[in-house]
Design a protein around this ligand. Structure first.
Ligand SMILES: Cc1ncc(COP(=O)(O)O)c(C=O)c1O
Length: 383
């Protein structure tokens, strides 16, 4: 449903949902509204489980450890606010971390007299090892958790998250993997990665309706994590697994249709490109790399990170250094200028942690190379 008048280069922020999936959501909503009581009593739990199974299969995850949340912010908060921190404990974030999730870390560390340890990683990095060394050098005997992104938001860096999880957890530091940009943008094998916690969004790169996040908890950590909303599940009598599923599956009355559209979204997108999901990810990544090259040329700069650290989003520094303002809900003035003047929807992030502003492109199946060329022309005209 994206407007014909907009050159939409920001799939990364909120995704965009194909009409077929939206129609499925409408169909499900009609079923609910025919008899909401009947739906929630008889159909909901089975449908939710089949959605969970399909998503778990897609990411090779343990279905019994997988629950739905509204979004990654909720998943991150769920884990962090379940931790029993004691004064002096340390949680690692990087200075590429998504600010909302970083805020949640600050909230729980401050409350407990614990400490947020921020790993400074420059925007321009040479390779995986540089990132790995910086993160590992921040680990101390007080580190209890590290929040690691699969792909960072403002800086668009495809983190070497598989290696990071492996090294951190070998050193007894649990990892909370922020896979907001996860399923559908990078290959994910959650059994192989084996992070203590992984939370992410389907509404970005699986193109499901907004409000479809997941949280995967490793078996040995399931008892410790409770949902943000304590609800009927807390007094539910059944096996530990039934209770776990019910506590997360019934956070109170809400619209479950974003979760229930996940199986169709996986199958529908898979059928759009020969070669399925691996081909979709490769096609989008190639387009993002080519778009980044065009953008760098227009801005008179070089590609900031090696291709191996790029997925289907890519960021480049905006010209100029100095004071960088805070992020605001209204968006950076130059982002607004590109939208109002040229109809280009592309984010410009003021990133105080690096004292830089980044322009970030996304590449999804509906994008074409001409759109990045158009952006480049507009940048040349206006900067
Ligand atoms: C790395 C990262 N983490 C977390 C989030 C939060 O996602 P949501 O707003 O769906 O909770 C985002 C959103 O862009 C993100 O890029």
């Amino acid at each position: 449903m994206l407007s014909e008048d907009t050159c939409f280069l920001n799939h990364g922020s909120f995704g965009a949902t194909p009409i077929t999936i939206l129609e499925e959501q409408t169909r499900l909503r009609s079923i609910i509204e025919c008899d909401p009581v009947r739906f929630f009593e008889r159909d909901y739990i089975a449908l939710m489980h089949s959605s969970i199974r399909r998503l778990a299969e897609f990411m090779n995850a343990e279905p019994e450890g997988m629950v739905f949340v509204k979004n990654t912010t909720e998943g991150v908060n769920t884990v962090l606010r379940s931790l029993e921190l004691i004064p002096g404990d340390e949680i690692i974030v990087t200075n590429h971390s998504y600010q909302a999730c970083w805020n949640a870390v600050d909230f729980v560390t401050k409350r407990a007299g614990a400490k947020t340890v921020v790993v400074d990683i420059p925007f321009r990095v040479e390779n995986d090892e540089e990132v790995l060394d910086l993160v590992m050098s921040a680990v101390t005997e007080r580190t209890v958790l590290a929040l690691i992104d699969t792909v960072t938001s403002a800086t668009g860096l495809r983190m070497p998250f598989e290696k990071l999880v492996d090294s951190l957890q070998k050193g007894d530091v649990d990892v909370l993997l922020d896979a907001a940009h996860g399923p559908g943008i990078v290959p994910l094998d959650l059994r192989e990665i084996d992070a203590a916690y992984c939370t992410g969004n389907c509404h970005k790169w699986l193109c499901t309706p907004k409000g479809s996040g997941f949280l995967h908890i490793r078996t040995d950590r399931k008892k410790m994590v409770r949902p943000l909303s304590i609800s009927h599940g807390a007094s539910f009598e059944g096996t530990d697994q039934e209770k776990f599923e019910f506590e997360f599956g019934w956070p109170g009355t809400q619209d479950p249709t974003p979760w229930l559209c996940i199986p169709l979204a996986i199958d529908f997108l898979e059928g759009l490109v020969e070669g399925g999901w691996p081909a979709i990810m490769e096609r989008n990544r190639s387009l993002a790399l080519e778009g980044r090259r065009i953008l760098c040329e227009a801005l008179g700069t070089t590609e900031p990170v090696p291709d191996s650290l790029v997925s289907s989003i890519a960021s480049v520094e905006m010209p100029g250094e100095g004071e960088v303002g805070p992020m605001s809900i209204e968006g950076d003035p130059y982002h607004n200028y590109l939208l109002d003047e040229f109809g280009i929807q592309v984010p410009v992030f003021p990133w105080r942690h690096h004292s830089r502003r980044y322009i970030r492109i996304s590449a999804q199946l509906y994008n074409s190379i001409e759109e990045y060329e158009f952006l480049a022309e507009c940048l040349k005209q206006s900067l």
